[in-house]
Design a protein around this ligand. Structure first.
Ligand code: KG4
Ligand code: ZN
Length: 340
């Protein structure tokens, strides 16, 4: 251990995952996530149940993160937590805990924007993973967001385009719900799509100007398509599950790629980093890899465990804010919506 080493305890509780991580500088010592299965039967996250589960999980999750990292509390340099955006009842559990612990240990407190963290997860030091150079474009795709961001430095980010309605994760999850899969259905669509024909069914792409996205029309299109076919053949979903999933995933990837190509043309930036839960999708990952040869882009795909919500990504932002003395005091409050 070096006397200048920075040890950050990071806490993420913006939605339905309770997560804690310990970082030494830009390296992850532990990264613990407690997923909440309780929402599966409701077809989506139930905010009240999420905050209750965070309340139960937060102490053991932080305890395990510290033990795995083998770092005693008094060695921590600062506590970083997700300030927003997210579900208020969920955010409050993480922020209250972070504020109390920073006061008890008398160490600085760092507030982190959840979407900045999905982007800056690329700066976690991991063998075999290169870090992007500034400026680069980030495609952040999650259950709540779909954005193309120009990232000029750690703290200078500009949204170039975003969804005007549903997020891309919702397009996956709502399609999955129509098909009768449990929540969150994105990973299941990914799994079935691997065995299917992506050209079997065609859907039309939304016409949205500039670099913005829209996914609500696609969802309705898929709903009508399924209803019509099930009326003709009650076993339609079961018999064609793989092809339906592959075709839906294919159109979603095309929509994302169309806008990325536009963003590259507009900015001249050819370094592309993806982030957010949907960047776990194997079809999206492969398409971005192929884009390196196809379009001459340099693409950055995060390690799988840093795609869906996790606290290591909060920790890496915490580390860079620590180096920049970007601290907050006890008057900080959680924000369900928060400026970028
Ligand atoms: O970033 P995240 O964990 O939480 C939010 O901040 O929203 O993203 C969750 C979203 C869900 O919509 C989930 O279905 C989707 O990411 N997702 C996937 C895959 N894994 C997670 N979507 C498609 N394919 C996947 N493999
Ligand atoms: Zn997220």
């Amino acid at each position: 251990m070096h006397p200048d080493d920075v040890f950050i305890l990071a806490i993420e509780s913006s939605c339905d995952d309770t997560a804690a991580a310990v970082l030494c500088n830009n390296k992850v010592l532990s990264n613990v996530v407690a997923r909440q299965n309780i929402h599966e039967e409701y077809g989506g996250v139930v905010p009240e149940l999420a905050s209750r589960a965070h309340q139960q999980n937060i102490v053991p999750v932080i305890d395990v993160a510290l033990k795995k990292a083998n770092i005693p509390k008094n060695q921590l340099s600062a506590i970083a937590f997700t300030q927003g955006p997210g579900l208020m009842g969920s955010l409050l559990v993480g922020s209250s805990f972070a504020k109390s612990l920073s006061m008890a240990l008398n160490i600085p407190l760092i507030a982190v924007h959840h979407m900045h963290a999905h982007i800056l997860a690329h700066f976690i030091d991991e063998e075999g993973f290169e870090k992007p150079a500034f400026p680069f474009l980030a495609l952040t795709i999650s259950g709540g967001h779909t954005q193309i961001v120009k990232v000029s430095s750690f703290f200078d980010m500009e949204i170039l385009g975003e969804t005007t309605d549903d997020a891309v994760g919702e397009a996956f999850d709502k399609t999955a719900k129509i098909l009768g899969f449990p929540y969150p259905g994105g990973p299941l669509i990914d799994q079935f799509a691997k065995e299917g024909n992506p050209k079997k069914y065609t859907f039309t792409k939304p016409k949205v100007p500039n670099l913005d996205f829209s996914f609500s029309g696609l969802k309705t299109q898929i709903l009508y398509f399924i209803q019509k076919n099930v009326l003709e053949n009650p076993n339609f979903i079961e018999e064609n599950k793989n092809d339906i999933c592959a075709s839906v995933q294919n159109i979603i990837i095309e929509i994302l790629m169309d806008k990325l190509k536009m963003a590259v043309a507009q900015t001249g930036i050819t370094q592309i980093a993806i982030g957010g839960g949907v960047s776990a999708n194997s079809g999206i990952r492969q398409t971005l890899l192929d884009a390196q040869n196809k379009y001459g882009w340099k693409t950055f795909i995060p390690k799988f465990e840093y795609t869906t919500d996790n606290a290591a990504m909060i920790g890496i932002v915490g580390y860079h804010k620590f180096l920049d003395d970007k601290f907050v005091d006890q008057s900080i409050f959680s924000k369900a919506r928060i400026e970028f």
